[in-house]
Each structure stands twice: as C-alpha cells, then as structure tokens.
Design a protein around this ligand. Structure first.
Ligand code: 3UK
Length: 508
C-alpha cells in the first residue's frame, strides 16, 4: 500500500470533502435514529461548526478540544470540524465520570469542549484548569451558533504529521495513557487495514457498537466508510441484544463489534434477517473459537478477527475474508511487520510463545509518559500480548503477557481455558485467572456465568472441570470454579481480568 502522503495534508479534507468532489454529495453519509445526513449536508455542518470554533471561540491550530457524546451526527460533525480547523480532538467515552474527565482535561490541557447537553453534568463537575469554552448541543446552544455561522470554511493547512487526535487508552491498569496520532495516521489505517484487508465498497452500510471515542469505533464507523463514500449507521445505544434488529432494519453490510457481542447476537440471529451482512469484524479482545463457530453456524459468515490497539490507532494483524484461519488472529496488515520475541527482543522460533512486537506506518507516541520506553523498544511496539506465529506466518493469540498463569511450573493461557469452557452448553460467559495457592503458586480459577436453566452447584462445577480436561491438556483445568451473575467489563467490552485477579487474591 501507499503510505507516502504529501507533506501537507488535512485528514478532514481527504476523508470528507473529497466525497463532494467525487460526486458523492447526495449519498447518505450518516444514518442515526434522529436524522440522515448526506455527505453534502454533513460537510456543511462541519464547516459551520469550524467557523464557530475559529471565529467565535478563538480556536487556533493545535488547541485541544474535548468531545463528549454518544455516537451521533453532531459528534461526527464536531470531530471533523476540529480536524478541519487544525485543532486536536480528545474524544471521551460517554460513561466517564468527573474524576476521569478531570485527569484528561489536565493532561491534554483542553481549551475547548463540545458536549451533548444530555452528558454535560459530569463535565461541569470536572476540574478544568485550561478550559475556556464549553458549548453544548441538543439544547439549542451550538445549533443556534451554527445557524448564524457563514457556510464554507477553508481547511487549515496542516502538515501530514501534525497531531490531530489524542486518544486515551481504556486504562485497564493504572492511569490512562494519552496516545498521539497524526493527520496521516488517520489515512494510513484506511489505506492499510480497511482497503487491503476489509475491502469496503461505496455501497456498503456500516454498523456497530464501539463508541467513537474508542479508535476501534472511530475507524470502523466513520473513517473507513468515509474513505470510500459509503454510509454509516450510528446508534446512540447499541447493546448486543438490539444490534440484530438494527442490522436487519438498515440492511447493514459491515458490522464492527466485540467478541462477546457476537456471542449474544449468534443466539438471536434466527429471529432476524441478517442476510445483508457480508463482513463482520471482531476486535478489542481475543475471539474464542466457539464464538467464531457459533457465528458461522448462525450466519454463514467467517468472523474477521483483528488485533488493534489505541497506541497503534487501529488493527494491525488480521486476515482478508478469503484467507481467514479459524482461531488465528491473522497476518500483519500490509505495511506492518510483526514478530514474536523474547524478553531481550530476540525473535523466537516459529511455534514458540513470546511477546508480540510490531512496527508500521502508525505507532505509539504517548503524551509525556515514561511508559513510552516500555511500549516502544528498539523501534518495535510491544503491545503486551503473548502470541505464537505458525509456520505459515499466521499469528495465534495466547494471552495478555500478565494473563499467563504459572501453576506448579506450567504456563497456562487463561483465554485458552475460557474457550474450552465456552464449548460447554451451560456456559454463557467466563473469565479465567490465577488465584494464589500455597502449594502450586497459582491455581487456575474460572469465574463462570451460567446460562439460564442451569443451577450453579458443585455438580455443574465438576462437569465443567471434566469438560475442560477432555477438551485441552488436563493440567489446564480450573481447580477452582466460581459462579457469578456478571463479569466486570470496561466500556469498550473488555473483560477486566485485573478485577477478577484482585477478587481471586482477596478470596484466597
Ligand atoms: C487486546 C485483542 C486479542 C490486546 C482496539 C481494534 O482494543 C483496542 O485497543 P485497546 O487500546 O486495547 C489493545 C489491547 O486489546 N486486543 C484487541 N484486539 C484483540 N486481543 N485479539 C484481538 N483481536 O491485548 C491489545 O493489546 O483498548 C482494537 C481497533 C482499535 C483499538 N483501539
């Protein structure tokens, strides 16, 4: 792929305005429960918001602008207005509270905020030392300013490597890290993963659940459809129970969501017409083989797994539809290199587990954070994941480095035990971690959410243990099984293993 972009470049122009030049002005860009906007209508809203930012709120290039909203057309318009004006977007998850927002406002030195009025309460409670302007929409404030603004806005002449996005990591451990991304990075993920692996067309209709503040959602629900002039359906709330009906109603063809959502959706697929789907992307955490199989059985589609990270902006290992190997994450996205290394950074032989190291057109640049030296070592991004590369070059996920359980000298990958448990008919969801043990150092403990109709008792625990012993090497079976009603998850759908580990540590 071509990652050679001109030295001056504004990604909002390339991703949005180009669609008007290409004659896509009348094609729907965004469909939301509230409104449908063509590319021309969206571009007009973007220009007017950019005028408000620059002419009325004094925004200058490089200012950081906090955005806070569910996925909707105002959020996307505000996003592109900031980019087009040369500002830096700091998009925040709708569920964040004042404390977390305060950290971000201070860390990113936010000067302006655009916020959905329904979500402004937490933002008003947050400490905002550098904040000069807070404008809300949904209550008529931004709407009135936009109506008064002149149409048309000349894009800021940004450099391809000017920063345009500060993405905060979901922070499953420690203080969230702020990752910096350039204008050209926004195009590189389109021209790499999207155009080379996903291969969308202008007629596609994208749908999915990740928030636009999560770069998985930003790419999958906005940047990728815009790169080809396609349509994105944005749902303000998209729990997996509601997604199948939305897919059927909108005749959506490309879906982006997390593995657990596909598990729920597979169970509902029979009640909906999902025949419009042609590509389903799974990312955010490991895709267990039983979920891949259930989705294939329910829809006839092979889920497209892909590993991405906020630090890398988007997916860097995945397989094109025709080259999917069930159970494997895939191959490096064209333009990226990936290898499995030991603690010293030396490549390990194929078939051996080690740390994943990647490099390519995008990469980790933390804003003022000593953890940079941990993530980037000798020019390679160390994502914190344990992988095996097979003889054919495919990458097979094992665990997060710190999710490997060492029990009586054995190395056991929690996700492998989870996949084995999920093939038992009684298991709805599960999480497997190490629990401290005097004799073995650690023992494998499974937290299991049983399906309705199964009683969470000792007999079921024993049945699950026997099942795992029959599915994978017997030493990996969970010596401890704990039944729970729900599992702790982040807003991006990731299982919070550290919370389970803490629980396992406390319970002894
Ligand atoms: C894990 C996966 C196994 C892995 C993300 C797609 O998840 C995203 O970004 P985050 O910064 O987390 C990164 C970490 O999540 N992970 C993600 N995908 C997979 N593990 N298989 C997968 N398919 O530990 C990684 O290091 O929240 C995903 C696109 C953009 C993203 N930001």
């Amino acid at each position: 792929p071509e990652y050679h972009y001109p030295p001056r470049l504004n990604c909002a122009v390339e991703l949005l305005d180009r669609n008007l030049e290409r004659g896509r002005g009348d094609h729907p860009a965004l469909v939301t429960p509230a409104e449908t906007l063509t590319y021309a209508q969206l571009a007009d809203r973007v220009d007017r918001i950019a005028r408000v930012l620059v002419d009325r709120l004094g925004l200058v290039p490089g200012n950081r602008v906090l955005l806070r909203s569910a996925n909707n057309a105002w959020m996307v318009a505000a996003y592109f207005a900031v980019l087009k004006a040369g500002g830096i977007v700091v998009a925040t998850m709708p569920l964040l509270r004042a404390k977390e927002l305060s950290e971000m406002l201070a860390k990113a030195r936010i000067s302006h905020a655009l916020c959905d009025a329904r979500l402004v309460a937490e933002l008003r409670k947050a400490a905002a030392p550098a904040l000069r302007h807070l404008v809300t929409w949904g209550d008529g404030m931004l709407e009135a300013m936009v109506a008064e603004a002149d149409p048309g806005f000349p894009a800021c002449d940004t450099a391809a490597d000017d920063i345009c996005l500060i993405g905060f990591t979901s922070g499953s451990t420690g203080v969230p890290k702020a990752t910096l991304h350039f204008h050209r990075d926004m195009l590189a993920i389109c021209d790499g993963y999207a155009m080379q692996v996903l291969k969308p067309e202008a007629t596609d209709i994208f749908i999915g659940s990740p928030p636009l503040a999560f770069t998985f959602g930003l790419g999958g629900l906005v940047l990728f459809p815009f790169r080809v002039g396609a349509t994105a359906v944005l749902l303000e709330r998209a729990p997996p129970e509601d997604l199948p009906a939305a897919i059927a109603r909108h005749r959506a063809s490309i879906c982006f969501t997390a593995p657990t959502a596909y598990r729920v959706m597979a169970g509902l697929a029979a009640q909906h017409d999902l025949s419009s789907l042609r590509r389903c992307v799974s990312a955010g955490e490991a895709l267990p083989r039983p979920i891949f199989d259930a989705w294939h059985q329910a829809t006839g589609l092979a889920l497209m797994d892909g590993i991405g990270a906020t630090e890398m902006l988007h997916i860097f290992i995945a397989a094109p539809a025709e080259a999917i190997r069930p159970g494997a994450t895939g191959l490096p996205v064209p333009g990226y290199r990936a290898r499995v290394v030991d603690e010293a950074g030396r490549e390990v032989p194929r078939g051996t587990a080690g740390r994943l190291a990647v490099q390519g057109p995008t990469g980790c640049r933390y804003l003022d954070d000593p953890r940079q030296a941990q993530y980037v070592q000798a020019g390679w991004n160390i994502t914190g994941d344990t992988y095996i590369q097979d003889a054919d070059g495919y990458f097979w996920y094992q665990a997060r480095n710190d999710d490997m359980i060492v029990s009586a000298g054995y190395n056991i990958a929690g996700p492998e035990v989870e996949a084995a448990l999920l093939t038992h008919p009684s298991v709805a969801e599960c999480g497997v971690v190490g629990a401290p043990d005097a004799e073995r150092g650690m023992v494998v403990r499974a937290y299991v959410v049983p399906k309705p109709g199964y009683s969470a008792d000792a007999a079921l625990a024993r049945a699950l243990q026997d099942h795992v012993k029959a599915e994978i090497a017997p030493y990996k079976y969970p010596r401890s099984v704990v039944f729970v009603a729900t599992l702790p998850r982040t807003e991006t759908g990731k299982l919070q293993r550290f919370a389970l580990r803490r629980q396992a540590g406390e319970a002894g």
